[in-house]
Design a protein around this ligand. Structure first.
Ligand code: ZN
Length: 259
């Protein structure tokens, strides 16, 4: 099923799609103990919010060999982990803001996994059973600051640098068959296959759970395939998992804080 968060009547609601046009409101996310209400809403009356409320966003760097090579890195021998702050989340349809501190902001289209269960030092089988659903994300990165800083926190952590959505698919089928496409202004920049990940999703979740406890709602960004590239104000970005979900967002200059 497709899980949405919808902005409607001045508040944000969890919802599950009933058909292409309608959704049933839920009390909370299905992976956080939510239950179905009796209220249906037309999807075109709502604006989509990011369909996640993660306690943390854990990201994996260089999980596709071709992308590690395009940045001039060796293939890592273990998953490379970093965090994005939840304050970086951006609703579908809104615009990434280019910060004045960077002159090289790039897209990284990624498959994102929503954690559905408490996971601590899990094996791969347990981790596989803890996947609540998948969605699309853009791990927006200030590449010049990533090179300049030792830690990735600043380069990956600006407000708006984590567009996610447009919905979470809870029954995506075998992930080995899933493809990932990133387009900028309609032109394909990235086209990867999930089967080409160096560490598959279950191995990543198990590995991360050996470092930090994963909780329902946590979001895992699983790395980007080759083809990352610059973003400019006015661009439209699409990250698509064909047949599963599509995320669109814009890009604009950050508005200067005049306070
Ligand atoms: Zn990334």
């Amino acid at each position: 099923m497709r899980v949405h968060r919808l902005r409607l009547d001045g508040s944000v609601h969890w919802a599950v799609a009933r058909d292409a046009e309608h959704a049933r409101l839920w009390s909370n996310a299905p992976w956080c103990g939510g239950y179905e209400t009796t209220r249906d809403v037309p999807l075109d009356a709502a604006a989509y919010a990011a369909p996640v409320r993660p306690g943390k966003i854990v990201c994996v760097g260089r999980n596709y060999a071709a992308h590690a090579r395009e940045l001039g890195h060796d293939i890592p021998t273990e998953p490379l982990l970093f965090l994005k702050p939840p304050s970086a989340l951006l609703d579908p349809g809104r615009s990434v803001e280019l910060p004045p501190e960077s002159s090289q902001v790039e897209h990284e289209g990624e498959l994102a996994v929503v954690v559905g269960r408490h996971l601590r030092r899990a094996g791969r089988q347990e981790a596989l059973g803890a996947i609540a659903g998948i969605t699309c994300a853009d791990d927006v990165t200030a590449r010049d600051l990533q090179r300049k800083d030792i830690q990735f926190t600043r380069a990956k952590g600006f407000d708006t640098f984590c567009p996610v959505g447009a919905w979470v698919e809870t029954e995506p089928g075998p992930l080995e068959r899933v493809e990932l496409i990133t387009r900028v202004n309609g032109e394909t920049r990235q086209h990867g296959r999930i089967v080409d990940m160096l560490w598959p999703v279950d191995a990543l979740l198990a590995y991360i759970s050996n470092v930090m406890t994963l909780e329902p709602g946590d979001l895992i960004l699983t790395g980007t395939p080759a083809g990352v590239g610059p973003l400019c104000a006015g661009d439209t970005v699409e990250v698509e998992l064909p047949g599963i979900a599509v995320l669109r967002h814009g890009v604009r200059e950050a508005i200067a804080d005049t306070a």
